[in-house]
Every structure is written in structure tokens, then in C-alpha cells.
Design a protein around this ligand. Sequence first.
Ligand SMILES: NC(=O)c1ccc[n+]([C@@H]2O[C@H](COP(=O)([O-])OP(=O)(O)OC[C@H]3O[C@@H](n4cnc5c(N)ncnc54)[C@H](OP(=O)(O)O)[C@@H]3O)[C@@H](O)[C@H]2O)c1
Length: 261
Amino acid sequence: MVFVSWETAKEFSGRTAFVTGASRGIGAATAVALARAGVTRVVIHYNSYREGAEATLEAIRAAGAETAAIQADLGEEAGIEACLAALAEVAPEVDLLINNAGSLVRRVSFAEYPSDLFDRVMRLNVKSAWRISQAIAPGMVARRSGVIVFVSSIAARNGGGPGATVYAAAKAAVSAMTKGLARELAPHGVRVNAISPGTVDNDFHRQFSTREMLDRVVAQTPLGRLATNEEMAEVVVFLCSNASRYVIGQTIEVNGGMYMV
Ligand SMILES: NC(=O)c1ccc[n+]([C@@H]2O[C@H](COP(=O)([O-])OP(=O)(O)OC[C@H]3O[C@@H](n4cnc5c(N)ncnc54)[C@H](OP(=O)(O)O)[C@@H]3O)[C@@H](O)[C@H]2O)c1
């Protein structure tokens, strides 16, 4: 349940959000949370999970917001360009951009890691977020208003689990991009921040991790459990809101206490 004050609802009224990777997980929870917080239009992106995207659309409508969906594989150059072309049609002005879509794609050891997988992981997690931001930011700058939130990962701090080094490096690039763009865009009234999820109990880890790996994470987590998608979404809503107006260039660790320094 997202706490929505009257002030927040007013502040988000008339705004358009674009959330990538919103067919499930953190992105779906974020898109719905933004709609419940009073954002007027929440445009979502998805890749392969159409039923999930439809469920998100329905939940956004139920929250009283307008919505539309864009399908694109952001791991491919053509998919990134198709996404940008569709977005220009569907929502030429975006006020709140959530660059959430991402994946480690496959766990592969260093010795065997294929060159094309390296490129795909970097395109999906880094380049697509960069290109989408590059397309949307000029409108924000012209209006002197806007928020961009990236989704990094705890992997950016710890180098990633087995076979996830390139994914971790991609997320470290996301955290660095957050700082660079924040510095560049702050004078123009655009705020840029990121969240860095710890381990979220969702499809991501059902796909890439074993029960034993997750149990080890729980044992090391001061809060003693994994996170929920909604716990990530609520921090994103905070970063989109005026309550965080003096927060710039930060990657907020949302990990149950895994890193305290
Ligand atoms: N789960 C965690 O513990 C965790 C921890 C740290 C960071 N993160 C990051 O959080 C973000 C959201 O992940 P999640 O946990 O919500 O994972 P998830 O449940 O697996 O959802 C991933 C989302 O990204 C989309 N996506 C995946 N590959 C794509 C591609 N090639 N092109 C376009 N979209 C693609 C998926 O679309 P379809 O389902 O439609 O294919 C889905 O909407 C990601 O950036 C992830 O790296 C997650």
C-alpha cells in the first residue's frame, strides 16, 4: 500500500510517467504505485510478457490513470529505436522517467562469456536507459521540470553473484551515469537519482537463482528476509516526489541493511 498524501496527489496530477520493464516485478509495482499516487498518465514498456503488461495496464486504469503499453526488446539496437519511435507517438512529453528494464540474461563464467552476450547485457541495462533518457530529457529541460530514476543493483557494489560480473559492471555504469546526468541536468530543473535493490523476491531470482543462494542472502540480511517489489516502488515514488527535491545524483540502497557504510 502506497501512502499518498493530498499534496503528493496534487503534485503528480497532470504528469506523464514512462516505466520500462513494467510487465512484472519492480517495474509493474512502480507503474501501479505511481498511478495510485496520482500520476495522470502512466505509459509502460514490456518485452516478452504480454499478459503481465495487460495486468499492469488494468491495475493502472483501476487506480484512475490513463495508460498505454509499448513492446520492445531493449537488448537489441532496433528494439531501442522502435521503443523511442513508439514513445514519440504515444507520449511525446514525459515528466517522470523510470529506467527499470534490465536483466542479467544468463549466468556464464568469465572464461566462457560470449562477446555477443556482453553486448546484449550492456545494451539492455546501460545503453537503452541512456538512449531513452537522451530522447526524453530535452523536453524536461525545456519545461525546466522532470525526474529520471534509474534502477541499479547491489551487484554494482559487490561485483555480482556467480556468472554475473558483466551484469554487475553494467549496473555500476548505471550508478555512474546517475551521477553524471544528475550533475548535467540539475541546473535545468531535472533531478536524476537511482535505487539499488538488494534481493527482491520476484521472477528475476526465480529465473536466475537457486533456493540455496536466496537462503544465504536472507542469512546475511539484517532484516532477515528478501524485499518485495512494492518496497522498491515506494522508494521510486519518493524519488519522483517533491519530498526528495534536494536529493540529486544518489543511488539509494534498498537492501534490508546489507550495506551500512
Ligand atoms: N530482483 C532483484 O533482486 C533485483 C536486484 C537488483 C536490481 N534489479 C533490477 O531491477 C530491475 C527490474 O527487475 P525485476 O527484479 O523486476 O526483474 P523481472 O521481474 O525479471 O522483470 C524484468 C523486467 O524487465 C524487462 N526486460 C527483461 N529483458 C528485457 C529486454 N531484453 N528488453 C526489454 N525489457 C526487458 C522484462 O520484460 P518482459 O517480462 O516483458 O520480458 C520485465 O518487465 C532490473 O533492472 C534489474 O536488473 C533487480
